[in-house]
Design a protein around this ligand. Sequence first.
Ligand SMILES: NC(=O)c1ccc[n+]([C@@H]2O[C@H](COP(=O)([O-])OP(=O)(O)OC[C@H]3O[C@@H](n4cnc5c(N)ncnc54)[C@H](O)[C@@H]3O)[C@@H](O)[C@H]2O)c1
Length: 254
Amino acid sequence: MGILQGKRILVTGVLTDASIAFSVAKLAQEEGATVVLTGFGRLSLVERIAKRLPETPPVIELDVQNTEHLDTLADRVGEHVGGLDGVVHSIGFAPQSALGGNFLNTTWEDVATALHISTYSYKSLAVACLPLMKEGGAVVGLDFDASKAWPVYDWMGVAKAGLESCNRYLARDLAKQNIRVNLVAAGPLRTMAAKSIPGFKEFEDSWPERAPLGWDLSDTVPAAKACVALMSDWFPATTGEIVHVDGGAHAIGA
Ligand SMILES: NC(=O)c1ccc[n+]([C@@H]2O[C@H](COP(=O)([O-])OP(=O)(O)OC[C@H]3O[C@@H](n4cnc5c(N)ncnc54)[C@H](O)[C@@H]3O)[C@@H](O)[C@H]2O)c1
């Protein structure tokens, strides 16, 4: 019996089969969960990728900047599952001007887009799913360690710092509904989101050396395993936490 046996999980953020969310959905199914995906933009692409999962899940449209999508999310997910035990936030975006060493010149409009999609949406998604989480459950988000200023990560770093704070406030406010809220801070992985960061190679070159356990830039499974574990019954007293899945790099001085 898998650790998510009988659980119903909503997974956002599948774009390609290199997406962290793809690994989460795959492992969740392998561990016994019923999975529903949300997709952004070209849904036919997400549907095609979804067919590569062990069981093809339904794909529901969700643009986290679209209020109508959020307001109707619970009803639309409810057409496929009677409730939710877990929700995965695997969503991030920043305009090009907010990345790559342009920190001092980025406009508020571009910063606002980054914060709306990468930070505020953590709260929006959790709240949109509440009608389906009457029996409690777990929310998990994907983080990149925001305790330091990194090369090139710029306003996405600020967005992730906000995400870490949002994680603590959600943990505070959703605990009374027996919902745990945690982040997985992954090391750098070669996904579409990562490729869109100018200068991402700097992370690629240094991380495997810095990480005492080593680090495989193409392997999303360790981060996905942590997401699945956090949604299981094996973290019953953990909320507001950030679990680092980065080969140990965060613990080591440069
Ligand atoms: N790749 C890395 O190095 C890395 C490391 C740590 C954390 N993360 C985080 O993991 C998460 C997933 O990213 P990934 O690396 O798997 O890349 P990815 O490109 O596969 O996934 C990013 C997802 O965000 C979605 N998205 C963008 N704008 C959206 C919107 N308005 N509404 C709904 N969805 C939207 C995209 O459709 C895509 O599915 C992100 O939060 C990212 O910051 C990534």
